[in-house]
Design a protein around this ligand. Structure first.
Ligand code: SAM
Ligand code: SF4
Length: 469
């Protein structure tokens, strides 16, 4: 089986360009009865087949579309309940030898300030994040020889070892360049959660055009990057596409074929799927007017269809999107969002008036973590910082929720309440405390083992931390 090399690139991969185009064409004007059968199949927790996803993608009828949205909402409520997991992105450095035309960090961009955090600066960033209440991070790096697997592992160790009072980071996910199998082993040993690689576009000719130089110009090396991660011992994988580069329907099909490939080769699909839309980036004209701009309505449809297509996967919605849209799309099956994000390098611990010049792109949602937590509670969600599965050696937290009947009620909801209580006791204002504690009282009536959950909450109130089921 292939893992590909840095030298060899090919269009002949598990992404069948001609089949995708044929299916998208064939599935035009879908029969409502067939569409409803597909929705039913997904609601019964089955991953959809390419022709079925192509069919959903071709639904234009307003009422039928509403049925798709409703099915996505139902699936989310039925399987995952009302928790939303919170995390923050932490940019470590923006040196980069690639030249992705849409990215502020690209090597030929003279307008960006280059910066890599020193160990001391990294500690300060982590302290600032922990002091806000964060427990989960995604660390982000440009692609550069200085960001070697050893370096990535070292930065992750610094993060895990930086504590402030009761607080600490308990799970570090990684978004970095594809590695060799050996490289992944080194990063794996640092104790990471998910390794994310976005293919950006699955459409080979577009990919080649938009990644003109550097190692990332090799489509196959990147596409098989997560295969190598798996072979290097990392079995918690995040896939994604950057929406706006090519036809969004094609990209959804690409994400599906990637999912099917991982299932077939390794017996497990992706742990998470991400679907960032292009945001304006300093010195990158293409971002002002993306060639295949995805409208808000298309975005909502896409999120609902991905939810239905791969019912077992976690779905990540980032602060690239504005607050209002995030509120709306959350209902459609999102499991993780970032909060209080700042993507200038070093910008959690230092005010930087020129932050924009150190940032990869511009964020759409600038609410603080606390504001987001308040909003979530008001909308009926339980904000969660849970890292229990990872710490208990149960990989694929979202898969557990999906695959094991009753898992959410027995583990996820209590653990979400415990981490919320920790947050309220350690970091929240009086107003948020009141809101959060009222939510906990309400949720206690719905959990299975109220006595035990109440007992654990009491332990947290007496100062114990990291209690979990
Ligand atoms: N350098 C590594 C790589 O490219 O895989 C990892 C980090 S890169 C900074 C993280 C992701 O940011 C990319 O995979 C891409 O999808 C996304 N990104 C790049 N430019 C963007 C933009 N202008 N708007 C939104 N997302 C962008
Ligand atoms: Fe570098 Fe990643 Fe930006 Fe491409 S997307 S220029 S690889 S940081």
């Amino acid at each position: 089986m292939f893992t590909f090399t840095k030298e060899f690139d090919t269009e002949k991969t598990f992404i069948p360009d001609d089949v995708i185009n044929t299916l998208l064409e064939q599935a035009k004007n879908p029969d409502p009865i067939y569409v409803r059968e597909i929705l039913e199949k997904s609601l019964n927790k089955n991953r959809l087949e390419p022709i079925e996803v192509a069919t959903l993608l071709n639904v234009e009828d307003k009422e039928l579309l509403e049925e798709i949205f409703q099915a996505a909402r139902t699936l989310k409520e039925r399987i995952y309940g009302n928790r939303i997991v919170l995390f923050a992105p932490l940019y470590i450095g923006n040196d980069c030898i690639n030249d992705c035309v849409y990215c502020g960090f690209r090597s030929s961009n003279p307008e960006i300030y280059r910066k890599t955090l020193t160990t001391e600066e990294l500690r300060n960033e982590v302290k600032a994040l922990v002091s806000k209440g964060h427990k989960r991070l995604i660390v982000v790096y440009g692609e550069h020889p200085r960001y070697s697997p050893e370096y990535i592992a070292e930065t992750i160790n610094v993060i895990y070892n930086t504590k402030v009072g009761h607080g600490e980071i308990r799970r570090v996910n990684v978004n970095a360049a594809p590695q060799t199998i050996e490289g992944y082993k080194i990063i794996h040993d640092a104790g990471i959660g998910t390794y994310q690689i976005f293919q950006e576009t699955y459409h080979y000719p577009t990919y080649k055009k938009l990644h003109p130089r550097g190692p990332k110009s090799n489509y196959a090396w990147r596409l098989y990057g997560l295969d190598r991660a798996m072979l290097g011992g990392i079995d918690d994988l995040g896939i994604g596409a950057l929406f706006g580069l090519y036809d969004w329907k094609y990209e959804v099909m690409g994400l599906l074929y990637h999912t099917i490939h991982l299932e077939q080769r390794f017996g497990v699909g992706p742990h998470t799927i991400s679907f960032p839309r292009i945001e304006p980036a300093v010195g990158s004209d293409i971002t002002e007017n993306p060639p295949y701009k995805v409208s808000d309505d298309e975005f909502k449809k896409m999120v609902a269809i991905i939810r239905l297509a791969v019912p077992y996967t976690g779905m990540i919605l980032t602060a690239r999107e504005p607050a209002e849209l995030r509120r709306e799309v959350l209902k459609m099956g999102i499991s993780q969002i970032d909060g209080g994000s700042s993507i200038g390098i070093g910008s959690y611990s230092q005010e930087d008036p020129e932050k924009i010049k150190r940032s990869q792109f511009v964020l759409g949602d600038n609410r603080s973590l606390e504001e987001i937590i308040q909003d979530l509670i008001k909308e009926g969600y339980i904000p969660s910082f849970c890292t229990a599965c990872y710490r208990a050696g149960r990989t694929g937290e979202h898969f557990m929720e999906f695959a094991i009947p009753g898992f959410v009620k027995r583990f996820c909801t209590p653990n979400a309440l415990f981490t919320l209580r920790e947050y309220l006791n350690d970091y929240a204002s009086e107003e948020t405390k009141q809101l959060g504690n009222a939510l906990i009282v309400e949720e206690l009536q719905r959990v299975n083992n109220t006595d035990k959950v109440t007992e654990f909450l009491g332990r947290i109130d007496r100062g114990e931390r990291d209690v979990r089921f």
